[in-house]
Design a protein around this ligand. Structure first.
Ligand code: GDP
Ligand code: MG
Length: 321
């Protein structure tokens, strides 16, 4: 094709979009992180951890797989959730291959039927991924395969453990078979489409999710208010004390949004214990990613009904980049 780079001698290089579809908490983000080999999306044991679609790009000498990690399929009750579902619906139309992921350790329920109904009229090829096989007996997996086989015309059915890495090589091989012969879509060194600021806000939310229960996982958000990269100046040696060289420093001010005044109290915790723990866990991970010292200032703000606020949701989407 005119103006397109030729990759490799033979035209066997493949590239395309592969979208993850499934109920909340089945392990979609865990799979993308494992296959890409680094943290693209935060993971938690609470549902609806992923709120926007994120790309996880895996480039090898065989091709380029662009995973689209989606929010879990659920009935949307707020504007935020409608936007989450819009991501899912748009990838049904744009991806080259769809991976329907289910949790082998959970019984089939209404939520599973809801996902199948959404996929009913899709014309793209669909794989069924039976995840968390590390939690169940072999016989159960066979039963699941039997019960799912006729629900949709799956091209492949692949039992995996996204967490332990079981069968992921086979999955990757099968994915390549269904991708079009094409040149790479992204540069080799690119692994995601999200901005650094967004990843940092998500890291705070991940630590937050580890410490909150009930409705709080659904009703909290994180917004970065400022990020400044500077340098901690060199300290010359004085007397017996050794000096230290200048080193990079990142100052971050972030805000945790909650919907109710009493939720603010819960997140701050007794004598500020909870917010201090969240902040220090987030800071440690940020320091590794940014290879800098990090000063993280966290505050909590009550913003009633932010899940239905265009302004807040736009702000979060803008931060994604
Ligand atoms: N035992 C087990 N747990 C898993 C596996 N994959 C994901 N999980 C866990 O399931 C929970 C939800 O994972 P996450 O990737 O956030 O699910 P998502 O909402 O579908 O993106 C987390 O606690 C993961 O550690 C797996 O293969 N085996
Ligand atoms: Mg997720």
């Amino acid at each position: 094709m005119a103006g397109r780079k030729q990759t490799g001698k033979k035209k066997t290089y493949r590239a395309g979009y592969v979208a993850l579809i499934g109920r909340p908490n089945v392990g979609k983000s865990t799979l993308v992180n494992n296959l890409v080999g680094q943290k693209i999306a935060i993971v938690s044991d609470k549902p609806q951890t992923t709120r926007v679609s994120l790309l996880g790009i895996k480039t090898t000498n065989r091709g380029q797989i662009v995973f689209v990690d989606n929010p879990g399929v659920h009935k949307p009750l707020h504007l935020m959730n409608r936007r989450m579902m819009n991501y899912v619906h748009s990838s049904l139309e744009t991806a080259d291959l769809l991976l329907l992921m289910i949790d082998a350790s959970k019984k089939f329920g209404h939520g599973d039927q809801y996902v199948l109904d959404i996929l009913r009229n899709v014309t793209r090829p669909i794989f069924l991924l039976i995840n968390k096989v590390d939690l169940v007996k072999k016989e159960n997996i066979l039963l699941i395969i039997d019960s799912y086989r006729d629900r949709l015309p799956f091209k492949e059915i692949v039992p995996v453990s996204a967490l332990k890495g079981d069968n992921l090589d086979r999955l990757e091989n099968l994915i390549y078979e269904y991708l079009p012969v094409a040149d790479k879509i992204f540069e080799e060194e690119e692994v995601t489409d999200q901005s650094e600021i967004f990843l940092l806000s998500e890291i705070i939310r991940e630590k937050l999710l580890n410490h909150v229960e009930e409705e709080l996982p659904y009703t909290t958000a994180v917004v970065i208010r400022s990020l400044e990269k500077t340098e901690l100046p060199e300290k010359p040696a004085s007397g017996n004390r050794p000096g230290r060289p200048a080193r990079p420093l990142v100052r971050i001010q972030a805000e945790i949004l909650v919907e109710k005044e009493n939720h603010k109290g819960i997140i701050i915790g007794r004598r500020g214990n909870m917010i201090r723990t969240i902040g220090s866990q987030a800071r440690k991970e940020m320091e590794e990613i940014l290879e800098s010292q990090v000063f993280l200032e966290l505050s909590v703000r009550v913003r009633e009904k932010w899940r239905d606020s265009e302004e807040i949701l736009d702000l979060i989407e803008e931060q994604k980049g």
